[in-house]
Ligand binder design. Structure first.
Ligand code: ATP
Length: 491
């Protein structure tokens, strides 16, 4: 519990406290959570207000299903990728990294089955011509369907339930027959004929780059089966409907790890991977009650087993990550189509086999939406409410914000710059002298900054500063010379 006062100081022995607003002077402050789950509009508004996510090409009216990351969004996305890379590659003896190109030979996408079968069922509203994904339309009407069903199966369901299924735009129940729409995005890269006869594709998933490099990785590094290859990179899909902010976009980043195993080890490694992926989210501070496993009932023919980790987004439980046991399908397809030997020979037993693959695959944007949703908190704080992002400390865009108490006092500003310079090598810092200290706290709360440091007149005398904690809002005086070790302990 602390007293709060806007730009006024409360001196009490070693304590100098900065208040969030004048009204706080008359009340003790103990932040109290008011709302459990934010709406998607709460998240979109915070993202825009604080520079996490912007609509692409906004000044031209936007560009559907594509988003840009702003100053704090790019930091958060980088930290998400770093946390994944650390857990997946740096902490593992058996997994190595890769960065394959976005463009690959079109033969890759033919062999993988994407050219013929990477599609979602689409139908058009006969009243307003809005196109929708039929499995999603059926799902919203409470009818179980998925994108792996055949055109016949999905059309039978659509016809049977036509009256219950509504167009998300005009609300009518009048749809054309469902047709499978291929999601691969085409390009004319390397084609100078203007005819578009030999399209190449922007990759629809990153893992194909791993499969086609499997032999290169094996022959050039120390890895032996079982081993994994991890990659983070852009993927592109012509998504039919993309209405859930950064949950589903047409350009997105994937973090994928493909683990190559002996056929008999596949399911054992699969269980280990499932366990590791669940624990990863718990370690990132995600509330366990917002996570659940969803088992695929309708498996693609080659898959042994497939689970999704689902998150309780504000629009319902949805896939966050896929953890799948894929058998030998991928390497067998590429061996057949390329005519290359992609078998593995065990150096000890001389046994030769096609490795089986278990995979973990998750989007950066979807992870970001999850961590923002999970961290978003509204609290009563004496004089009103505050929005605070209680992000895990490893993910926060800014770790320490440094303020001079007043921006028009050169001595304070110079001292605060000195503190910023002292900390910036070790921590992600921000110098902020906009508005009063209370406003700066609110801004940093919404960004998720765990610590704010205020340099005041006393700091010029005693070399101490006020450090304020994001979650408890408590403040304490710390010697400037101790700040690096103080934050090293906390962050
Ligand atoms: P969905 O059923 O939601 O369309 P999917 O099953 O097609 O997803 P996968 O192909 O398994 O997705 O992709 C693996 C992961 O990549 C997903 O769990 C998700 O985190 C991410 N992802 C897939 N498509 C998109 C997209 N359009 N936008 C953002 N992330 C995506």
């Amino acid at each position: 519990m602390v007293w709060q006062l806007n730009s006024y100081t409360w001196h009490k022995r070693e304590k100098v406290v900065y208040f969030d607003s004048i009204f706080s002077m008359i009340s003790f402050v103990m932040p109290e959570e008011t709302k459990k789950q934010p709406t998607i509009d709460d998240i979109i508004s915070l993202c825009k207000r604080r520079g996490f996510v912007f609509q692409s090409s906004e000044i031209y009216g936007g560009f559907a299903a594509v988003y840009d990351y702003g100053p704090y969004g790019v930091e958060l996305a980088n930290n998400i990728k770093q946390a994944w890379w650390k857990a997946m590659v740096q902490m593992r003896e058996d997994i190595v990294g890769l960065d394959a190109s976005i463009f690959m030979s079109p033969k890759v996408w033919e062999a993988s089955g994407h050219v013929s079968g990477f599609s979602d069922p689409m139908a058009e509203c006969k009243q307003c011509q809005t196109r929708s994904r039929v499995d999603h339309l059926l799902e919203t009407a409470g009818i179980t369907a998925d994108e792996k069903m055949s055109e016949e199966e999905i059309n039978a369901l659509l016809t049977e339930h036509m009256a219950e299924v509504r167009c998300p735009k005009c609300g009518q129940s009048d749809f054309s027959e469902a047709k499978n729409f291929n999601l691969l995005v085409q390009s004319n890269l390397g084609d100078f004929t203007d005819k578009g006869e030999d399209p190449v594709y922007l990759r629809g998933e990153t893992c194909q780059g791993i499969y086609v490099n499997y032999r290169n990785v094996m022959s050039s590094s120390r890895v032996k089966i079982p081993f994994g290859v991890a990659q983070i990179g852009k993927a592109f899909r012509n998504e039919i409907t993309a209405r859930q902010f950064i949950f589903r976009t047409r350009e997105f980043e994937q973090m994928e790890m493909q683990y190559f195993t002996h056929p008999e080890q596949e399911m054992e490694e699969y269980e280990k991977l499932r366990e590791a992926r669940w624990q990863y989210y718990i370690d990132l501070g995600i509330k366990p009650e917002n996570l659940q496993w969803h088992k695929h009932e309708n498996l693609v023919f080659y898959a042994k087993e497939a689970y999704d980790i689902e998150y309780n987004f504000s629009f319902g439980w949805k896939e966050l990550e896929g953890v799948h046991a894929r058998g030998d399908y991928d390497l067998t397809q590429h061996a057949k189509a390329s005519g290359q030997d992609l078998n593995y020979t065990d150096g000890k037993t001389n046994e030769t086999f096609v490795p089986h693959i278990v995979e973990s695959s998750v989007g950066v944007g979807r992870t970001m939406l999850m961590v923002l949703t999970d961290a978003y908190t509204e609290e009563e704080v004496g004089d009103g409410s505050r929005v605070v992002l209680k992000l895990h400390k490893s993910l926060v865009p800014i770790q320490v914000a440094v303020f001079p108490l007043l921006r028009n006092k050169p001595d304070l500003v110079a001292k605060a710059h000195g503190v910023f310079d002292q900390l910036k090598e070790d921590f992600r810092c921000e110098f902020d002298d906009n508005g009063n200290v209370g406003k700066r706290y609110r801004r940093q709360d919404e960004i998720g900054t765990p610590y704010c440091v205020t340099v005041d007149f006393e700091s010029l005398e005693d070399g101490m500063v006020t450090v304020r904690d994001r979650d408890t809002m408590e403040q304490e005086r710390v010697a400037i010379t101790d700040l690096n070790s103080y934050f090293a302990d906390k962050l």
